[in-house]
Design a protein. Structure first.
Lengths: 284, 124
């Protein structure tokens, strides 16, 4: 099964939650899809076995065939091409390689070429936990092709924990899609609530079941629970706002290793998801 | 990133001057923005006749600068007077053979900007 961990707001504790889940249960795969700033490796200390380069495609114009009609420029949604009538300029970092220019070129002057956009790293934390993450090259506009490659590391027979990037953009959607369940991590602040609402809307739109973990939980911030109750969203876990957890985190220690209560809570959570969600899928 | 062999390949015989503008007349104020200005005034310095072109890039999400460069190169501009040009637009303008004069302030009228440029040019 695939469990993704997303948030909306950054800094709510996605990686702490994802790494904790992966650590309390055997037979897991942890995949850090936050390729713009991966940090799961800091908490899990994996041994990296190999790296793979990841490429994206870009249009290549054959000037022996191009007659500068400008069709490619017209169909480019991202303004990555401009036509000087004696040269077509491509701004590589703006190209999403949708393939429209190649498809529509009347002179068939466009082919594709590859450009390296980052690396993918694979390894393991111990015999129970497989690790993968990706590092996007600085200046690359889109992390989506790298996340797509990274998600090929999912092992169907195992419990796959996907650590999504923050926000609700293409990168987050690419990370969480195909999940059996998504855990949204939020915090007891107005910012956490505001971004949680957006993330919840996205998951409802793409049809992924989800529950919420409130990290840095403060009971006095009632708006959070009011919203969750009003919208019938499940609260999976409340992690208290605790100095000890923050101190451990600052040393790269997961809270589950020093706190049995939390360890049991995470283990219970993953067991519940495993038993309730998998049969649902097979019924469909 | 790009092949520098082609730089300046375009020859602009017309010698037209493009100015980024907040309005469609010679009395309008200069726009300090290049990619996201409201209008380009394309002026023929020989006759001082001009064409006002509205800039679609004003509403573009991204890539407004290079698009604006494409537009004024297509209109035959040899010189651009503006406040500031971004990196990508600058690259496109150079390759299109357009000379960039930047640093203009939004308090200057288009006609004064052009006269100022032309008088400096003759001094040289």
């Amino acid at each position: 099964m695939i469990i993704s961990v997303a948030s909306g707001k950054g800094g709510t504790g996605k990686t702490t939650v994802a790494a904790s889940l992966a650590s309390v249960k055997d037979n897991c795969v942890y995949i850090d899809c936050d390729v713009e700033e991966p940090n799961g490796h800091l908490l899990l200390n994996p041994k990296i076995d190999f790296e793979e380069k990841v490429y994206k495609k870009l249009p290549q114009i054959d000037y022996n065939k191009c007659d500068f009609c400008g069709k490619c420029v017209e169909v480019c949604e991202f303004n990555a091409l401009i036509n000087l009538k004696f040269e077509i300029i491509l701004f590589e970092e703006m190209c999403h390689w949708c393939g429209s220019c190649k498809y529509f070129c009347p002179a068939k002057a466009i082919t594709d070429r590859e450009k390296e956009i980052g690396v993918l790293r694979c390894g393991s934390v111990n015999e129970h936990l497989i690790f993968a993450d990706g590092i996007l090259k600085i200046g690359e506009i889109s992390s989506v092709p790298l996340i797509k490659e990274l998600k090929k590391k999912v092992i169907k027979e195992k419990i796959n924990i996907i650590d999504s990037p923050p926000g609700t953009s293409c990168a987050m959607i690419e990370s969480v899609k195909d999940s059996d369940f998504c855990i949204l991590v939020t915090e007891s602040t107005p910012f956490g609530l505001s971004d949680l609402k957006i993330a919840a809307d996205v998951l409802n739109e793409i049809g992924i079941p989800f529950g919420v973990i409130i990290n840095k939980y403060k009971p006095e911030f009632k708006e959070m629970e009011n919203y969750l109750n009003d919208n019938m969203m499940d609260i999976l876990l409340k992690i208290p706002f605790d100095r000890k957890i923050a101190e451990d985190y600052s040393k790269g220690i997961l809270p589950v290793f020093n706190n049995n209560e939390l360890k049991n809570a995470f283990a219970g959570l993953i067991n519940n998801l495993k038993t309730t969600k998998v049969p649902e899928k097979t019924d469909v | 990133m790009l092949n520098d062999m082609n730089e300046g390949k375009a020859k602009n015989k017309s010698g037209k001057i493009a100015v980024t503008s907040t309005g469609g007349s010679m009395d309008a104020l200069v726009s300090e923005q290049f990619g996201r200005c409201q209008y380009f005034l394309i002026v023929d310095p020989e006759t001082m006749k001009f064409e006002a072109v509205s800039n679609l890039g004003e509403q573009m999400q991204s890539g407004a600068g290079p698009k604006a460069a494409e537009l004024i190169i297509g209109k035959g501009a040899a010189v651009l007077l503006t406040g500031h040009v971004g990196d990508k637009a600058e690259e496109a303008l150079k390759r299109g053979g357009v000379k960039i004069i930047n640093g203009l302030k939004g308090t200057v009228k288009i006609k004064d900007a052009i006269n100022n440029y032309l008088s400096k040019k003759t001094e040289q």
